[in-house]
Design a protein around this ligand. Structure first.
Ligand code: PMP
Ligand code: GLN
Length: 380
């Protein structure tokens, strides 16, 4: 049989590749982004309790209402922004499903979608499989600042969507209020939909404030926010997330969502809803991860890697240009095999494989793991 692939250039994701290599070589795995410490017992117990209480059949299509209420309250509490729990919030199977469903609900053949590179890897295949065209805007290490005149030049009548992500995976940079205001100006009076991937909203360092799209009224009315409880509650394996958007956009989203997953697993939603009654469950996260970042960076400050401290997410980018001329992919593989430490090369997220000689390390790890990892990096 002859197949005509809809995604001829897509292989296995770098996260699967590097995690498999780390396992094969028994290396410390700072590649794929996930914690190596347990999730909170209180949360786990609440989920178990939900199962015992009988939350074991289909949840409502849009999500367990108690969870949508908790999410709505969070936006009011943190950003004084309102999303109606009935028709402006939908619980999804991780942020990944939210992103895929948003793109497929709106992108038609020939539509252009602006994506800032390096970009998290699930955006582009979603656009392409739906017949859209990715318009990549390359940002450059180490600060990955946006040139807004360049963005303005890329916007045209075919631009249907702009995908943004702050705090940013993989670079660990964050967008400023000025960036958001520029985006607001550029999209004003247009029909452009903004997909604002905010899965790292609760991990932002050095006293900075997260610039959620919902803080900017003109942006809010044209945007989806995507979020992930996997990130916020150290439960990446549960694959529960959500998205928020004004009713008109959410109606279209749900038309696809109901045939895509219909609904998301029920006991986890009930457990998370109960857990979220206490805002300290997400409010302490920035301090928690900033301590890990500081520990990690302090331990490797004498190494030959150069760095700008991460401003958000649980990733730190390290520049290895003083160590070797190898490509970042080759060096990441050699580090895994020979030095027993796995990371993610950034070129795979860039336009045309642009190689800035930087690797991404995940510091959502125990102190012991970070100490062992630093000991290795200091020897490289
Ligand atoms: N967006 C970004 C920027 C991510 O790093 C991730 C990875 N976790 C996701 C979306 C997907 O989140 P989830 O695991 O909830 O699908
Ligand atoms: N978000 C995780 C990361 O950036 C990976 C998730 C995945 O493996 N798809 O490392």
């Amino acid at each position: 049989m002859q197949l005509n692939s809809k995604l001829p250039n897509v292989g296995t994701t770098i996260f699967s590749v590097m995690s498999a290599l780390a396992n094969e070589h028994n290396a410390i795995n700072l590649s794929q982004g996930f914690p190596n410490y347990p999730s909170d017992k209180t949360l786990n117990d609440l989920v178990c309790e939900a199962m015992r209480e009988g939350y074991n059949q289909y949840a409502p299509m849009a999500g367990y209402l108690g969870l949508r209420l908790a999410i709505s309250r969070k936006y009011e509490y943190l950003y004084q922004a309102f999303y109606h729990p009935e028709n402006e919030i939908t619980v999804t199977a991780g942020a990944t499903q939210a992103i895929y469903t948003i793109v497929s609900a709106f992108i038609r053949s020939g539509d252009e979608v602006i994506v800032f590179k390096p970009a998290y890897d699930c955006y582009e295949p979603a656009v392409e499989v739906n017949g859209g065209k990715v318009v990549g805007i390359q940002l450059t290490a180490p600060d990955y600042r946006v040139d807004w005149e360049h963005v303005a030049a890329k916007i045209n009548a075919k631009t249907k969507m702009i995908i943004i992500n702050t705090p940013h995976n993989p670079s660990g940079t964050v967008w400023s209020k000025a960036d958001m205001l520029k985006l607001q100006d550029l999209t004003r009076n247009s029909n452009i939909i903004v997909l604002s991937d905010e899965v790292y909203e609760h991990m932002i360092f050095d006293g900075e404030q997260h610039q959620s799209i919902c803080l900017f009224p003109d942006l809010k009315q044209r945007s989806f926010i995507t979020a992930s409880f996997g990130k916020t509650f150290h439960t990446t394996g549960w694959k529960v997330g959500y998205c928020c958007a004004p009713e008109q956009l959410m109606q279209e989203f749900r038309k696809v969502h109901q045939f895509n997953v219909f609904s998301v697993n029920h006991p986890m939603q009930k457990g998370i809803a109960d857990y979220m009654q206490d805002p300290s469950t997400y409010e302490g996260l920035s301090d928690f991860f900033q301590r890990k970042r500081d520990l990690f960076l302090n331990l490797i400050k004498e190494s030959r890697f150069k760095f700008t401290p991460s401003k958000g997410t649980y990733f730190q980018v390290l520049d290895f240009s003083e160590i070797t001329n190898e490509s970042d992919v080759d060096f990441a593989k050699r580090l895994t095999k020979d030095f027993k430490i796995a990371s993610i090369p950034l070129s795979v997220f860039n336009e045309d494989g642009k190689d800035d000689k930087v690797l991404r390390f995940c510091f959502a790890k125990t102190e012991e793991t970070l100490i062992n990892a630093a000991e290795i990096l200091n020897r490289v």
